[in-house]
Design a protein around this ligand. Structure first.
Ligand SMILES: Nc1ncnc2c1ncn2[C@@H]1O[C@H](COP(=O)(O)OP(=O)(O)OP(=O)(O)O)[C@@H](O)[C@H]1O
Length: 252
């Protein structure tokens, strides 16, 4: 890595491949993620989006290639070390912690974190009133949308350098989409973090800095916001240029 990259690039994927059950699932992915930018990963079902972010989070170990965070290779860090220090991962389906209150769960998440916000503020970022939720138990009495928001609040509490949200819109059908967009904007505004969000929602994609389109385990295109808008309007003749965005960043 050169000094140019070190200054701007938070996370670098260098030729990442991953095989499972003898099948190539992630196929030579190279990508740079810049500090404090917001990325969406989108693409058809089974294209490898979740697999890729799980490799970044350390849930899967890549078969070959390297991952760098702030210029340091993190291949040897296990999931706990990555989670504790650098990379926060919010699951597609939140995990239940029966007998634990929302307040206790946030305390655990905030321990040793550089997060500057208190529990009331964290809950308000995800659109929840602390007076109502802090003493609630993390069990089946919470709706899917509430659980999802609480889970995102616990991930925020860790204030990691890289925040990965796997389909944050999943299970929040009772939550108005406008409020949800505000939550994502809040996160982007209040936290110095690189956000990587898997999503199929066009409105969410439209608010990110870059949209990564995956197909068959590869990155087919990386759109900046302007090119993504054009793409959505059916203007496709600039795609080769878009393809180069990351390479330009890498070799500028
Ligand atoms: N542990 C595994 N072992 C074997 N195959 C796997 C494993 N994990 C994922 N796959 C396969 O890899 C492919 C990519 O899966 P992945 O979950 O990454 O796709 P995705 O793009 O996130 O899909 P979706 O949009 O449906 O969530 C799929 O064909 C899936 O069945």
């Amino acid at each position: 890595m050169n000094t140019y990259i070190k200054e701007y690039v938070m996370l670098e994927l260098d030729n990442i491949c991953w095989q499972a059950d003898g099948k190539k699932i992630i196929n030579n992915i190279s990508m740079n993620f810049e500090k404090n930018k917001m990325y969406a990963i989108t693409g058809p079902n089974g294209s490898g989006k979740s697999s890729l972010v799980k490799i970044i989070a350390g849930i899967h170990k890549q078969s070959s290639g390297n991952i760098y965070l702030d210029g340091n290779c993190i291949d040897s860090l296990n999931i706990t070390k990555r989670a504790g220090e650098h990379i926060a991962y919010s699951f597609q389906s939140p995990v239940l912690f029966r007998g634990v209150t929302v307040s206790e769960l946030l305390d655990i998440a905030m321990k040793n974190s550089r997060n500057p916000y208190n529990k009331v503020e964290l809950l308000s970022f995800v659109g929840l009133d602390a007076r109502v939720y802090l003493n609630r138990s993390m069990d089946g009495t919470l709706s899917g949308g509430e659980l999802k928001r609480i889970e995102i609040a616990t991930v925020l509490a860790r204030n990691a350098e890289v925040l990965i949200l796997d389909e944050p819109e999943a299970g929040i059908d009772l939550w108005s989409f406008k409020r949800f967009i505000e939550t994502i904007n809040n996160i982007h505004e209040h936290f110095e973090t690189t956000i990587i969000m898997i999503s199929h929602q066009e409105r969410l994609l439209a608010m990110t800095d870059y949209v990564i389109y995956m197909k068959n385990g590869r990155i087919e295109h990386v759109y900046n916001q302007e090119s993504f808008t054009k793409h959505m309007n059916g203007e496709r003749d600039y795609e080769d240029k878009i393809k180069c965005i990351n390479r330009e960043l890498l070799y500028d």
